[in-house]
Design a protein around this ligand. Structure first.
Ligand code: SAM
Length: 286
């Protein structure tokens, strides 16, 4: 079975009366080199359990099943079920669960399905929920080692930007808090059916056992980051003093004392600077 062969795919679609649902981000991989690379670079080996998000017709799922100990895959679209019964039928280490990833208790699922195994996430993500899915995987502190996913090239560049560089955003900071991100390779629109309008890239996030700095109130810390980037090309002192109700001259002096320029923009700050800024604001907010 070659699920990257357009003739075979069309045959399956006709046989089971399947048609694409654009709003679900259904762009299926047809480039035969991409799925094996995702599985290999995602660290999928015989000892590892794999969580996949969005099976489509199972092209990546099969590569994960070939290499991994066990694959549990979430798919929202039940109309894919008869196709998946055929394309994944030969594997006894694959379980497909028809559910919305955003509504799924992943902590519970990992505990139930991957007891005692190291777990990695591999997926060609539906682009309409790239950031929420990545943040869900990271914020819920799931017992996973890494996340290797296809995203839009622009998102990959934002996520993998260095802190303190022009491309960095609140998402960069959030992802860098929980993991070490790396862009692996680019993928052209012609590698998918139907072809998306944008270029894509595969990224890998290696999760830290614990965050790089001690922060007692993470909610406040992320609020400081979000506010700082809310007017990203402007001086961050303005949204911060407004949102946290701190006198601008007081905040300005505290920033200077801590080695942060009061005229700085969010994209110029390192993670260490954000931790300092959080501590300043924690002490000054009313
Ligand atoms: N892995 C397949 C491939 O590479 O060809 C399909 C990838 S396609 C980009 C994304 C898949 O995610 C689709 O099959 C879509 O139906 C599914 N999907 C979309 N939203 C989802 C959600 N909220 N939860 C789970 N799966 C979802």
């Amino acid at each position: 079975m070659r699920l990257t062969d357009i003739g075979q795919i069309k045959e399956l679609f006709n046989k089971y009366g399947f048609s694409f649902t654009k709003s679900l981000g259904q762009n299926f991989l047809i480039n035969p080199t991409v799925c094996p690379r995702i599985a290999e670079m995602g660290g999928v080996t015989r000892e590892v359990g794999v969580l996949e998000i969005g099976t489509g017709i199972g092209v990546l799922t099969r590569e994960l099943a070939e290499r991994g100990k066990k694959v549990v895959a979430l798919e929202i679209d039940r109309t894919l079920e008869p196709i998946l019964n055929e394309t994944l039928g030969e594997y006894d280490n694959v379980e497909v669960i028809f559910a919305d990833v955003m509504e799924t208790d992943l902590q519970q699922l990992i505990k139930e399905k991957f007891d005692g195994m190291d777990v990695v996430v591999c997926a060609n993500l539906p682009y309409y929920i790239t950031s929420p899915v990545i943040m869900k995987l990271l914020e819920e502190r799931l017992p996973i080692k890494s996340v290797t996913v296809m995203v839009q090239l622009e998102a990959a560049e934002r996520i993998c930007a260095a802190m303190g560089s022009r491309n960095c955003s609140a998402l960069t900071a959030a992802v860098s808090w929980y993991s070490k991100p790396k862009k692996l390779f680019n993928v052209k629109p012609g590698s998918f059916m139907p072809a998306p309008k944008v270029d894509s890239a595969v990224i890998r996030l290696d999760l830290y056992d614990k965050p790089p700095y001690d922060v007692e109130d993470e909610k406040l810390f992320f609020s400081v980051i979000r506010q700082s980037f809310s007017q990203r090309r402007k001086q961050l002192i303005n949204p911060l003093s407004g949102f946290f109700n701190i006198d601008k001259s007081v905040l300005s002096s505290a920033m200077t004392e801590n080695g942060i320029k009061p005229t700085a923009r969010a994209e110029e700050l390192t993670m260490e600077d954000f931790v300092k800024l959080y501590r300043i604001i924690e002490g000054l907010k009313k």
